[in-house]
Design a binder for this molecule. Structure first.
Ligand SMILES: [Ca+2]
Ligand SMILES: [Ca+2]
Length: 422
C-alpha cells in the first residue's frame, strides 16, 4: 500500500483528528536502502514528543522509511532522565526505543556527561568522591536499563574549548581532568557491549580544538581507557568546510582505531533564501557524505532532525534556518537528493556488482532496456517509470549518452561495475 493510501486510512481511523496527509514520497531509493549495503547507518534525531506531534503520522512514516538509526534530542539527557536523585524517568526514551525496535532501527544514546542539561542535585555536589560515586551510579542505572537496546552512547559531550583546552564545567571543577576517564570506565563496566564515543562540535576539521580531542583520546588509548569512537556533530554554515581537511582529520582518528560517527549534521542557510542557497546546501551535504563513504571508519551519518520546521537552528541563529533534508511539508529538498546521489555513487565504485544504479526501470535487473530508456531520457523523452536518480551511473552529475553506453557495456559483460568513467 502506498503512503498516501495508508495516510488516508490512518486519518479515517483517527476520526480526522491529528490528521495530515503524507507528502509525496521522494523519487528514487530510500536513504537507508542505499546506506545499508555500504555498512553505514543513516539517521535522525527525534524530539521527546515525536509520537504526539500534530503531524506525527507523516513524521513517523518518513522516519521509518528513510532512516536506520535514531538519536533522542533531549529524552536521555540527565536532567530529563534523572531529574532528582535516585528518581528515573525512562518513559519518553523507552517510547523512542520501542519505535526504533518496531522499525528495525538502532538507537544512539545521547548524552551522559555534559556541562548542560544536568539536574540540580548533581550540580550541587561539591566533593570529588561523592560526585564520582553519583556519576558511577547514574551510569550504572541508565546503561543497565538500556543494555542490549542501544548501539552507542555519547559518554562525554562538548568537553573542550575552541583553543583545545578543557572546557570549564562542574565535572572538571569538582573532579578534575580525569572525570572523562572515569566516565568511560564506568560505562564499560556497566555495559561491556555498547559502543562508547566522545562527541563535540567544530572538530570535523584539523584545528586547535580537534587537536586537543585527538591528544586526549590518544592518551586514553595509551593508558587503556575504553573508547570506541568519536562523534563529529557537524552543525555547518553555508560556507561549508574544507573537505580535504575533513578527510585528513577522519584519517588520523581512524588511525587510532576509532570509529567515526557524524552525529548531528545540519547545514544552515539564510532565513531569506534563494534556489541557489538550496543548491549550495545540497553541495555541502554531498561533499561531506562522499568523504564519509570513502573512509571505512566512518560508520554513521545522522541529521539533527527531519523537517526544517523542527530544527533548533533559527531559535539560536535567528538569521539562519532551513538546515535539513526535508522542507516543512516533508518534501525532499535538493539536499535530500544530493545525499541520495552520494550514497548511490559510493556503491558503484566500491562493489563489483551494482545494486540499483543503472536499473532505471526498477525491475531488479540491469539490461539493454535500461540503456535504451536512459538514451530516450537523454534525447528529451520522459519514459514511463524512469527512475532518474539511478541513471547517472558514472556519477558525473549528468544523465547523458555515456551513461546509456555504460549500462549497455555492463549488460554485455564488458564491465562489471560502474566506475567514474567518462
Ligand atoms: Ca532494469
Ligand atoms: Ca553521467
Amino acid at each position: 500500500m502506498n503512503k498516501v493510501k495508508k495516510g488516508v486510512i490512518s486519518c479515517l481511523l483517527m476520526g480526522l483528528l491529528l490528521c495530515q496527509l503524507p507528502a509525496a514520497e521522494p523519487e528514487g531509493d530510500r536513504l537507508k536502502d542505499l546506506a545499508e549495503p555500504l555498512g553505514l547507518f543513516i539517521g535522525f534525531s527525534a524530539p521527546t514528543n515525536f509520537y504526539s506531534m500534530s503531524d506525527t503520522i507523516v513524521y513517523q512514516e518518513v522516519a521509518a522509511s528513510e532512516f536506520n538509526i535514531v538519536t533522542p534530542e533531549n529524552a536521555m539527557k540527565l536532567d530529563a532522565i534523572c531529574p532528582t536523585q535516585n528518581n528515573y524517568n525512562f518513559g519518553p526514551s523507552d517510547r523512542l526505543v520501542q519505535f526504533a525496535r518496531a522499525h528495525g532501527m538502532q538507537v544512539h544514546g545521547h548524552t551522559l556527561i555534559w556541562y548542560s542539561a544536568q539536574p540540580n542535585w548533581l550540580v550541587n555536589i561539591h566533593s570529588r568522591d561523592q560526585l564520582l560515586s553519583a556519576m558511577n551510579n547514574v551510569i550504572d542505572v541508565i546503561l543497565g536499563h538500556f543494555a542490549g537496546q542501544i548501539l552507542l552512547w555519547d559518554v562525554v559531550n562538548e568537553a573542550f574549548n575552541e583553543n583545545g583546552s578543557y572546557r570549564s564545567n562542574f565535572w572538571l571543577n569538582v573532579i578534575g581532568e580525569d572525570y572523562i576517564d572515569h566516565a568511560f570506565q564506568y560505562c564499560r563496566q556497566a555495559d561491556p557491549a555498547v559502543k562508547l564515543i566522545y562527541n563535540d562540535y567544530n572538530i570535523a576539521e584539523i584545528n586547535q580544538k580537534s587537536d586537543g580531542v585527538y591528544n586526549m583520546i590518544e592518551s586514553m588509548i595509551f593508558r587503556g581507557i575504553p573508547i570506541d569512537g568519536i562523534g563529529f556533530q557537524m552543525h555547518i554554515t553555508d560556507a561549508g568546510i574544507d573537505y580535504q581537511n575533513f578527510a585528513d582529520n577522519m584519517a588520523r582518528f581512524a588511525a587510532l582505531g576509532l570509529e567515526i560517527y557524524i552525529t548531528e549534521m545540519d547545514v544552515r542557510i539564510p532565513i531569506i533564501y534563494t534556489e541557489s542557497d538550496l543548491n549550495n546546501q545540497a553541495e555541502i551535504y554531498r561533499q561531506v557524505i562522499e568523504r564519509c563513504v570513502d573512509q571505512p571508519a566512518c560508520k554513521a551519518i545522522q541529521f539533527w532532525g527531519i523537517p526544517d520546521k523542527y530544527s533548533w537552528i533559527t531559535s539560536v541563529f535567528p538569521e539562519s534556518g532551513f538546515p535539513l533534508l526535508f522542507d516543512d511539508d516533508y518534501n525532499a529538498k535538493p539536499a535530500y537528493y544530493a545525499v541520495q546521489q552520494a550514497l548511490a555513487c559510493a556503491g558503484s565504485v566500491s562493489t563489483p556488482v551494482p545494486r540499483k544504479l543503472g536499473d532505471v526501470n526498477g525491475d531488479d535487473t540491469i539490461n539493454i532496456i535500461d540503456a535504451l530508456l536512459t538514451a530516450q531520457f537523454y534525447v528529451g523523452l520522459n519514459p514511463d517509470g524512469f527512475i532518474a536518480s539511478r541513471a547517472d551511473v558514472n556519477c558525473d552529475g549528468n544523465i547523458d549518452i555515456l551513461d546509456a553506453l555504460l549500462i549497455a557495456r555492463h549488460f554485455v559483460g564488458l564491465i562489471d561495475s560502474f566506475s567514474y568513467e567518462h
